[in-house]
Design a protein around this ligand. Structure first.
Ligand SMILES: Cc1cc2nc3c(=O)[nH]c(=O)nc-3n(C[C@H](O)[C@H](O)[C@H](O)COP(=O)(O)O)c2cc1C
Length: 434
């Protein structure tokens, strides 16, 4: 029986890369060149897409100040939209997905920016839809605090309705470029939308030509029941941090059932699981690499800062050697549950040490061949659809990319688990290929 092919994507962050590591890139990637090079490398390895994370604040979640976030270079986060244009300009097949928050962007501007980027990339643009999870982000947009999750998703649902109408405000054949009659676009095929909702209104039409893909690819990461419902209704690709094979299978089955209930073909929704890989020439080397990292004081501090930021809980107020009490959040509950190992009562020190696994849906450690075998087995058991590869805090170095593109991917290709060439020019087509 032929092996089940799966999709590959990479989750990174427009942040100061690995500025203080032995194999550092320098820490000033603000021209975008480092990430453009990374996009080209991922395209060489036939990845489906690269995705840029984003947040709209300088976090103070840990310790009540920005100290820890600035100390570790976790706070500066440049705008992913211009980076998407740059990455698009040096690639021709790789999907380019960026994160934009429904809290921050007025729907008209987001639709216009997305349409523009879908044109610049010639049909390879995707939007990671987030509703934001931080009060500090809300305060950058004139709110006192973040609306509760249910309300955020109700607003986002209406937002999607609006932007979908804007994307459709230009009929596919509106641009006629009739040289004889001197007509660029037929005004009868460009329509106002006159949208008046509970939260948003917009007259339309969009003042950009219809996107090559009709609309961008929608990516989403719903974790709560409301979030999963939203994702299953709207997303073409869903990304998640799941808990082991059981958790992965449960999540994918849940999404597929919800997609079906919403009148969609579940095969049109590709679930990609967040993973962190530890690769070495031998298993011993890979284990040593992970232990070295997990026991460094920087790793402990950065992990707590990251968990504080995504959950809006100040982890500096807990004793490192006391059991952690049960916790809930208006932020990312799923990530919190995985970090606390579902309120396991373990000490914070132990949880942090084991956090190398918390950031990964499944443990993937060993030689490229060992990890490739494991990835194949996992997808076979789960049923699909692929992996979203990342690194700790999404800070990335050239070495980590090369280990994957020139070690792991060839091993996956030898097993016919991933593509060896792109068949199609657009991200939508590549996602639907298998
Ligand atoms: C892989 C992954 C990537 C995410 N990227 C972002 C991001 O870039 N910005 C952001 O504000 N939230 C991000 N989130 C948070 C999700 O949008 C979502 O809020 C979270 O998974 C919790 O689900 P819920 O909103 O249903 O509670 C991400 C989550 C995951 C699992």
């Amino acid at each position: 029986m032929a092996a089940k092919k799966f999709h590959l994507s990479w989750f990174m962050n427009f942040v100061p890369d690995l500025w203080n590591e032995p194999f550092a890139n320098g820490g000033s990637p603000w021209s975008g060149e480092f990430y453009m090079e990374m996009a080209k490398t991922l395209e060489r390895a036939c990845f489906d897409y690269i995705m840029v994370e984003d947040k709209l604040c300088v976090s103070e979640s840990m310790g009540g100040t920005a100290e820890i976030y600035l100390k570790h270079g976790l706070a500066p986060k440049h705008d992913p939209a211009p980076l998407a244009a740059l990455m698009s300009s040096v690639t021709s097949r790789l999907g380019i997905v960026i994160t934009m928050s429904t809290l921050g962007y007025p729907p008209f501007l987001l639709a216009r920016l997305s349409a523009t980027l879908d044109h610049i990339s010639r049909g390879r643009f995707g939007w990671n839809i987030v509703t934001s999870a931080e009060d500090l982000a809300a305060q950058n947009f004139g709110l006192d605090q973040l609306p509760p999750r249910e309300l955020r998703y109700a607003m986002a649902d209406e937002y999607m309705d609006l932007v979908n109408k804007l994307f459709d405000s230009w009929e596919p054949d509106a641009v006629v470029m009739d040289r004889k009659k001197g007509i660029y676009a037929d005004y009868r095929k460009v329509h106002p939308i006159n949208f008046k909702g509970r939260f948003f209104s917009s007259r339309g039409p969009l003042n950009t030509v219809r996107c090559p893909q009709g609309r961008p690819i929608y990516v989403q990461a719903g974790g709560s029941p409301t979030g999963r419902e939203f994702a299953a209704k709207h997303a073409d690709s869903i990304i998640t941090l799941a808990d082991g094979i059981e958790g992965m299978k449960w999540y994918r089955d849940d999404i597929r059932a919800r997609a079906k209930k919403n009148g969609r073909n579940p095969d049109d929704v590709k679930v990609l699981f967040l993973v962190i890989l530890t690769l070495g020439s031998t298993m011993e080397e890979a284990r040593a690499k992970r232990d070295r990292m997990a026991s460094s004081p920087e790793f402990v501090e950065q992990t707590l800062a990251l968990v504080s930021a995504i959950t809006d809980i100040d982890f500096s107020k807990f004793e490192l050697d006391s059991p952690l009490p049960p916790l809930t959040t208006n932020g990312e509950q799923g990530s919190l549950d995985k970090f606390t190992q579902f309120d396991s009562g373990k000490t914070l020190r132990q949880l942090t040490y084991e956090a190398t696994e918390f950031e990964s849906s499944i443990e993937l450690i060993g030689t490229p061949d060992q990890v490739a075998d494991r990835m194949g087995e996992v997808i076979e058991e789960v049923g699909g659809d692929g992996f979203l590869i990342t690194t700790h805090n999404q800070r990335v170095g050239r070495n980590q990319v090369i280990e994957v593109t020139d070690g792991l991917v060839p091993a996956l290709q030898r097993r016919r688990l991933v593509r060896t060439a792109y068949t199609y020019p657009t991200l939508r087509e590549n996602l639907k290929e298998f």
